[in-house]
Design a protein around this ligand. Structure first.
Ligand code: DI6
Ligand code: FE
Length: 401
């Protein structure tokens, strides 16, 4: 087991509240195998570590490895042509006629072989890893039939095994209504979503159950049927809620003690109170807000006042957030949603871990996983401040560089 002491660095432990970074200057971190053995001021390093090998980090800053807690990184094809057509002035109907939109991604994902989905997703996952991401959530939801939902989750599991990154899956068959169930959303929930959840759970492909509660997707009553099944299987839930309108999605999520409710542009005070009471994390997805040119930002000040923890994620998907940069999402969360840089970094570390139900990471503390990012910067605010920069120097996953 490799054991080493990182010295010559400052550390943003993220162990305290969201108003600070838990900064330690002139710090040392003891990595003992895959976990953190000790962290503190180098001057306080216990003497029994004196003989351990050391690596001097040249004054760089260490943070927890970043955690992207909401992505749709596995999908077929892309929507660049649709993006172009829209900017050439064509409207929704023409785009639909040209085969665009979310259902075009469903068609491409159904046709794609495992190896192609894996190769395409891997390129995106590598871009995330290059920016210090060590834990990644991946959703299904572009299959909308049993075989393709299973295929997406299988590919997500393969990524987690093949690469030095932790992958957590969410089952999102309740993402859109497939063409063959047009105007029959209830039948789709009962005949596809629920039975496929049982099969995917039996294959150990599912870590949580997600849904899209929206006028263009599924009603609260339909999501509730799915969530009741999740509960019966002992699986945690989360929800795409209040993104484009308010259907009470956040309250529904809280009623099921959801890990998170995500998007939340149209979240109201009742939803905030319900999330606070349930301990549900609010996941901010500024990439989708930006891409869709939304104008109503989520109620960040009210969430902050209520003490609802806020995470930040890319929402990486081909339609509303073709973004692989969690650092850019942090910058957008600050500039578009008015998070502070300390909140944004907590949102991509400690709070993101909470949104995934993971207690062994997201903070630099003794006994937790040694998932770390070493940055060529002096102060953690630089991570949110810069646009399109990547100051990553070194990424450590489970103690391995
Ligand atoms: N909300 C979104 O913005 C995306 N999915 C979701 O639940 C859209 C996904 C797509 O257009 O491919
Ligand atoms: Fe999403």
């Amino acid at each position: 087991v490799a054991s080493i002491i990182l010295t010559g660095c400052s550390v943003a432990t993220m162990a305290s509240d969201t108003t600070s970074y838990g900064l330690i200057a002139n710090a040392a971190i003891v990595i003992s195998g895959s976990t953190i053995g000790w962290v503190g001021r180098a001057a306080d390093l216990p003497s029994h570590y004196a003989s351990w090998p050391r690596e001097h980090l040249g004054g760089r800053l260490v943070t927890p490895g970043l955690i992207d807690c909401h992505t749709h990184v596995v999908y077929g094809g892309n929507r660049a042509r649709e993006f172009e057509i829209r900017l050439n002035g064509l409207g929704y109907a023409e785009i639909a006629a040209a085969g665009g939109g979310i259902l075009s991604t469903v068609r491409e994902t159904r046709l794609a072989k495992d190896a192609v989905l894996l190769a395409d997703a891997s390129a995106r996952v590598e871009a995330m890893m290059d920016e210090g991401v060590t834990t990644l959530e991946i959703k299904s939801g572009y299959g909308l039939d049993a075989d393709t939902e299973m295929k997406m989750l299988r590919v997500a599991r393969v990524i987690g095994r093949a690469k030095p990154i932790s992958v957590v899956t969410s089952y999102l068959a309740a993402h859109a209504i497939p063409a063959e169930f047009k105007s029959r959303a209830d039948a789709y929930i009962d005949e596809v979503c629920i039975p496929t959840l049982e099969a995917a759970h039996a294959a150990r492909f599912v870590d949580a159950v997600d849904g899209f509660c929206e006028g263009i997707a599924f009603s609260p009553a339909q999501i509730e049927r799915l969530f009741n099944k999740a509960k019966a299987l002992g699986l945690p839930v989360k929800l795409h809620a209040d993104q484009l309108s308010n259907l009470g999605g956040a309250q529904l999520a809280a009623k099921f003690n959801a890990l998170s409710a995500d998007h939340l542009e149209y979240l109201d005070d009742m939803g905030i109170a319900a999330m606070k009471a349930a301990g549900t994390v609010a996941v901010m997805l500024p990439g989708a807000f930006y891409t869709l040119r939304e104008t109503q930002a989520p109620p960040v000040e009210a969430l902050r006042k209520a003490g609802v923890p806020m995470a930040v994620a890319t929402d990486c998907n081909p339609g509303s957030s073709p973004m692989t940069s969690l650092l850019l999402a942090m910058n957008m969360a600050c500039t578009l949603f008015r998070l502070t840089p300390a909140e944004a970094l907590a949102g991509a570390t400690r709070i993101a871990a909470q949104a995934l139900g993971l207690k062994d990471r997201g903070v630099i503390a003794s006994g937790l996983r040694a998932d770390l990012a070493v940055w060529d910067i002096n102060h953690p605010a630089e991570l949110s401040y810069r646009i399109g920069a990547n100051p990553l120097h070194l990424r450590i996953f489970g103690g391995e560089a």
